[in-house]
Design a protein. Structure first.
Length: 202
């Protein structure tokens, strides 16, 4: 008898991937493939996150490409002081520094899962998009192990996921999403921050 992985878990796994795309340069992601936001909103709808899903759709439709690119740069790249650094250590450590101890901890967790950040990424391991992608990859692997009846491997990965979520991802994502919602000039990034927080706490 084939194991049936919970549908909600499959949807959540895909939403992590779609949120990750929102925190890479828009010209390379959401402006290149405009169905990304509709797919994200549809996934949120499927989980009962209706208000934020509809607001995200509307905000994306009403925000110009130029405004998206300018706001993304201001929030996450620079050249001036960043209101929303996309790095976990800034939110989890007293010194609010990039490449802190928690960055190394996150990299070690990736390694424990058999993954590592590719050098061409040129970003620390605790960049929000990379952490979201890690959540997606873990969910995908847990589903695969579960369906193949590799219970021990599925349980090991599930425990690693729970530890990563509670100790690193969720505390970071909640503070980061608040900062994005508060500091974004475009309605799109403001609503992205709000939607991410609702998703993480759902």
């Amino acid at each position: 008898m084939e194991t049936k992985f919970p549908e909600a878990a499959v949807i959540k796994t895909e939403i992590y991937r779609l949120f990750a795309l929102c925190f890479y340069p828009p010209k390379e992601t959401i402006l290149e493939e405009k169905t990304i936001i509709e797919s994200l909103a549809s996934g949120l709808d499927s989980l009962g996150i209706h208000k934020e899903a509809e607001e995200l759709r509307t905000a994306f439709a009403e925000t110009t490409n130029e405004a998206l690119e300018l706001d993304f740069a201001k929030l996450f790249i620079g050249p001036f002081e960043l209101p929303c650094p996309p790095y976990g250590s800034v939110y989890l450590e007293k010194d609010r520094q990039i490449m802190g101890k928690t960055t190394m901890d996150v990299a070690a967790i990736y390694e424990a899962a058999g993954l590592q950040v590719e050098e061409e990424m040129h970003e620390p391991a605790d960049h929000i998009a990379i952490e979201l992608e890690f959540m997606y990859l873990l969910g995908t692997r847990i589903k695969s192990e579960d369906e193949n009846r590799n219970k021990e491997d599925a349980d090991t990965l599930s425990e690693l996921k729970r530890m990563f979520e509670s100790s690193y991802f969720i505390p970071f994502a909640l503070k980061f999403s608040d900062a994005v919602a508060e500091n974004a000039e475009t309605l799109f990034y403001k609503k992205t921050g709000e939607a991410l927080k609702k998703f993480v706490t759902a």
